[in-house]
Design a protein around this ligand. Structure first.
Ligand code: CDP
Ligand code: MG
Length: 136
């Protein structure tokens, strides 16, 4: 049975800064994702804190929020069969050192914090994250 889903993807500041937006979008398209909506924005630190609220108690939370708001990002709604899991697979492990060959983070990630992309991790969070950036 068809299970078309939407997920939120972010090209993070390290990747936008290195002009990797086009290459990363090409990887999504080559893997059968449709880019339903996209925009390039820069967010304030307090918005990053809201977006990453699930990580509030983690030791890396403050640096993570400072980083996500440090420069332009590209936010996209991706659509595909089982998009959430498919995008997590295409992104690769959080730490680029552990990411499989052919994944976005293996190709472009610099370090665990500058790992080039974000992707929603569940159906519930995909809805919340899409609304966060695209709710009209
Ligand atoms: O992004 P992903 O879902 O793979 O990982 P996460 O565990 O939800 O963490 C969110 C983000 O926090 C990661 O993508 C990293 O950029 C950052 N992070 C970090 O800076 N240091 C860690 N030890 C773990 C995560
Ligand atoms: Mg996550």
């Amino acid at each position: 049975m068809n299970n078309i889903e939407q997920t939120l993807s972010i090209v993070k500041p390290d990747a936008v800064e290195r002009n990797l937006e086009g290459k990363i979008k090409e990887m999504f398209l080559n893997n059968g994702f449709k880019i339903v909506q996209e925009k390039k924005i820069q967010i304030e630190k307090h918005e990053a804190e809201k977006f990453y609220k699930v990580h509030e108690i983690k030791p890396f939370y403050n640096d993570l929020c400072a980083y996500l708001s440090s420069g332009p990002i590209v936010v996209m709604i991706l659509e595909k069969e089982n998009a959430i899991v498919a995008n997590r697979e295409l992104m690769g492990s959080t730490n680029p050192k552990d990411a499989a060959e052919g994944t976005i983070r293996k190709k472009f990630g610099i370090s665990i914090d500058k790992n080039s992309v974000h992707g929603s991790d569940s159906v519930e969070n995909a809805k919340i994250e899409i609304d966060f950036f695209f709710k009209s």
